[in-house]
Every structure is written in structure tokens, then in C-alpha cells.
Design a protein around this ligand. Sequence first.
Ligand SMILES: [Mn+2]
Length: 543
Amino acid sequence: MSSKPSNVYVFGHQNPDTDSICSALAYTAYKKATGHPEVLACRLGPVNKETKYALDYFNVEPPKLIRSVKPQVSDLHFNNFSMVTEQDSVLTTMNQIIANPGRSLPVVDTTKKLTGIISLPDIIQAYTDTFRAGALKESKTPFANLIDILDARTIGRPSSPYVEGNVYANTQLLTTQTLEPADMIVTSINDTSLDKAYNSGAGILILCDAPIGKTPDIPEVYKGMLVLSEDSPFEVYRRLSQVIPIANFVQHQNLEYFLTYETLEDVKNNMLSSEHARFPVVDEDGKVLASISKSSLLDFNRKKVILVDHNEKSQSIMGIDEAEIVEVVDHHRIAEITTAAPLYMRIEPVGCTSTIIARMFLEKKLPIPRPIAGVMLSAILSDTLIFNSPTCTDLDREVAAHLAEITGVDVHKYGRDMLIAGSNLSDMTPEQIISADRKFFTMGQYRVMISQINTGDYKGIFSQLKSILSQMEADCDKEGFDLAILMVSDVLLGGSELLVTGKARNLVRLAFGIEDDDVSQFFPGMFSRKKQVVPPLMNAASL
Ligand SMILES: [Mn+2]
């Protein structure tokens, strides 16, 4: 329908981190710069605090939040655009219904807004009603319908765009009868008592059996309008009952129609439970675009997607199986991807997707705008924990140095500020800090709870130390635990501070050498609860 190519959605994984958000933005910028205006940066979840810091810092709008790429009504190939207005005649409408499978048509106003639906059973009524003299007038029939359906020539003009008088046959008129100027007489040009019609006072004469190109002699007394038809009076009478507008037969209640954003899955289910066979499609402004039937649902465009920072469907968007993956740019393992058609894939064992995207800009010698350099740099600093992660490569460092030059930021200071913004403990309550990630263990005769929290600012914990410790103690008392430990892991300092409380303090002394009168201690290189905290405690508990 529209010539505008449909969107290609670019997004990272669910629960998006900074790389997923920033790489979607950066890759969209790259695609636009290489001649693909149809790409749209998206995200599958909320922007976390760290990412928000980065976007705000470089003044970049977050990508559009999307929930699903299931095919929608807007992805269908519409091919039936037939619709009528309430002014359209019964005959025109009937012909349109017959020409279009589905036995019904959308009825629209002059702005194409849906006003109702007309179906075959509704319109049949117009054919079975007996024709009365006042039928056209009562139905407010547009004069244009009459001229159109009689395929008539006219001499003179009607005084109103609507039929406002009665319709009579000349043969039924008494010689003495006087009609209104708005009245209409049907007769034949061969009628021997034509004078009676001309003198009746009626303002409109329908002259049947009128040969093409021949104008009848009009008596001077007649000042009205002539409607000339080649057909016989019998045929004209038959059609007159069909010139009335459909307005009175249109259904306005309980309309069944579909909106462009509904999924085809929902549409299919609704169609199955409906007694109708054809349904209008309405856009967000209420305008009718087309109409669809069950068979229309087979012909649709899959949504096109570009995955960044992930390639596993389980980490991707709802409906991914029904979409067309056109590209993947990622730095994770390849797990399970299968596609119907070949695609562009670029997977490199580097620390961050944005490292790959920045390299693509550089390979094509495309200038990198500062905000885009900023978000890519943020992604690299986030994914590599400011180059500290074992996944960080020389390429990440090289690319980051280049992006730092473009943005002019101090990489280490900026990175640290960003990580701290993302893991700011000062706006969390002690309860939130302890319960964010807590696991429970039974160790011999002891019951132990171990919480862990990651931060870029472990020192932030000390301002709340007392209230956190008393919360841990309260939890122990309430739930019958012998020991509570909180691991505050700081990726920048490369280790964890262990906060301990509870009556089984002897376990942490045996396992970690924390003396009974110390409430906390820092352990460089300690990050894993499972590998570095639990086993020594288990050993201590079994002594
Ligand atoms: Mn990543």
C-alpha cells in the first residue's frame, strides 16, 4: 500500500544492559549512515541506572521499547479496498458486495472513518419492500444516485441535491390532479397523454424510451427538469427502488473490525468465533484501510529484525520465531540460531558488541558522531568492567581509545562514574541490599544465609554499615539462622567486602580468618559465592 519500506527493528537482549541498549543505537546509526533509513533502534526492557547515566551524559534518547515482533494486521498485504458510503445506492452497493467475496462491506464517511457495515442480508430488505410514491423522498435519496443508476441524460437541474417529492406514473394521474414542483413523473416519450405530465405541476419528468441524441420537443409551459432514459418505464420503475441510499440498512452497532496493531494470531481467533466473513481494517486514526477475510491472513510480511549483543532466541523478543532475522552482530557463543534464508552475521570474540560496531564504522571510514562514539565507549567500559574483565581484548582497548579521543572524556573517570551510577547503594534500603540476591544453606548443624551485591562503590556500604548489620541480625533472629553474610563485590577494586553477623561467628574465623570483633573484611580476587565462600564455610562447619 505505502511505498515506505517497513521498519527493520534493531535490538539487544531482554533485561538489557548498557551494551544491548547502546549497540542497538550505534548499529542503527551505522545502518542509516550506510543507506538504510528503515532501521529502528529498539529495546526489550527498561533502561537500567548505568545505561541511563551513559545516555544522559551523551544526550541520547533511549531506543523505542517493543514487546513483540509477532506479525500484525499492518504486516498483511491488503488487496481489497472496496467500501461504500451511506449515500451510495442500494444497487451500487449490491453490485460491490457481489463482486467482493465475504458478503459485507465497510461503510465510511467522507473522511474514510468507519461508520458501519453493510451486509447482504441487510440490503435484501430494500428489494423486498414495496415501492411507495414517497420512498425516495423518505430515504433522502441523492439526485445523483438517480441519474447514475438510470444512466440518464438531463435537461435542466434539480432544485435540491436530494429527491424531495413523490414519484408518480403518468398513467395513474387524474387530469385534474395538481402536483408539487418537487414531485416526479415517470412516463414514456411515446405516451399519448404527455401533455398531462407537462401540465401536472411536477418539476421533474423522467422520459423513458428516449432515443440517444434526440431532444424531445418541450412545451413552453413546462419549466421543470427532464431526465431522459433509453429504457422502458418498466425497467426504470424496477431500478427506482434501488437508487435509494443504503443509510437505513447499515449496521452501526457491535461492529467487528480489526486495528492495524492487532496480532494475526488474535485476529485469527476472533475471526473463528465470528459469524462474519469479511472485516474492515482500521488504522489508529479510525480510517478504514481495507478489508480482510480468513484467506488474507496467509499473505503477510514477517517483521525484519537485526539482533545485536545476543543470538539466542530464548534471550530475544516474543515472536522471534515468526520474524525474519536479517542480521546478527554479537560477541557471544552461537547456540542455536537457525534461519530460513542466508543472513549477515558478524560474531567476534571481543569484550563488547560495540567494539565490533565501532570497527565497522572505521572499516568503512565513516565519521562517528560524538553521541554515538559516547554510547559505544560506554558499552565497552560496561561490558569489560573498564578493561578489567578477562573477556576484554586488545581490540576493545584500541577501539575504546579511539572513541575516547572523539568524545574527549577521561575513560577511567567516566567509566567509574558510570559504573557507580549503576550500582549506587546509597538509594537502596538495607533490606533491599540484603535481599537482592540471597541464598540459604544448611552447613552441618548451622543454618547460613549469604547475600551478594555487585557495586562500583563498595565504600558506599560503610555509610549504612550499622543499619545493614542490624537488619542482618534481625533476619537471623526472626528466621532462626546462625550466620548471615553479605558479599559486597566491587569490580573496580577487584574483590569483595564480607559483612558478617550471627552467633556462629566462629565459622568465618575458621574459614576466612575474620576475628570475632571485626564486622567486615575485604578479600581481593573474591567474586564467587559458590566457589569462594560456600566451600570454606562448609569445611569449617564440619570441623
Ligand atoms: Mn555485550
